[in-house]
Design a protein around this ligand. Structure first.
Ligand SMILES: [Zn+2]
Length: 185
């Protein structure tokens, strides 16, 4: 951040009075620009033994497969966000959604809230952010062409541990950029 969104003047990274970490503070009006993690909401949607995946038409990870997921918008619930992403990316009508997992990614300051549920209709087709969408059995999933570690880990948890309890984990990223899952409970 270089300029204040309140008054347009330059900002400086410094620790505000009565705070304990650096923030962007406006040199002119004093406004403190707090930056906090973003919520990403996504869904594992199934129909029988098949699960919905979307082939990304946007960067990052163009052309790779993902679970429908995206940044939460203002004025919506987490489940609404997950259902909206499924609709936007795959024109997929989600049935009732249950919480599947909460995954913290401190290295990118994101929190993923993944849901699971059934597709209300078999009819799915690519939205503007997808090149293609498809329903995959576990064996058909393109495991080597998944877009993000959180997608791979979510699918592994889904198939290996099911949906009886909410998965709680955090991810670390090593110097070689490999991402590791740490289950919390
Ligand atoms: Zn300002």
């Amino acid at each position: 951040m270089n300029y204040c969104s309140q008054c347009g003047q330059p900002v400086t990274l410094k620790i505000p009075v009565d705070d304990n970490r650096e923030r962007f503070v406006c040199d002119h009006c004093g406004y403190v620009h707090y930056q906090n993690p973003n919520n990403v909401c996504g869904a594992l949607l199934t129909l029988g033994d098949r699960i919905l995946l979307c082939k990304r038409a946007i960067e990052p990870r163009y052309g790779l497969w993902t679970l429908p997921a995206g940044f939460m918008e203002n004025n919506e619930t987490v489940a609404e966000a997950a259902a909206r992403e499924a609709m936007e990316e795959a024109n997929a009508q989600a049935g009732p959604l249950s919480l599947f997992g909460i995954f913290s990614m401190p290295y990118i300051s994101q929190v993923y809230l993944m849901f699971h549920g059934k597709l209300a209709s078999e009819k799915v087709w690519a939205g503007p952010e997808s090149l293609d969408v498809g329903m995959f059995t576990r064996e058909q999933i393109p495991w080597d062409e998944l877009a993000f570690p959180v997608v791979t880990h979510s699918l592994e948890l889904f198939y290996e541990h099911g949906t009886d309890r909410v998965h709680h984990a955090w991810f670390s990223r090593g110097p070689d950029r490999s991402v590791k899952l740490h289950s919390i409970d």
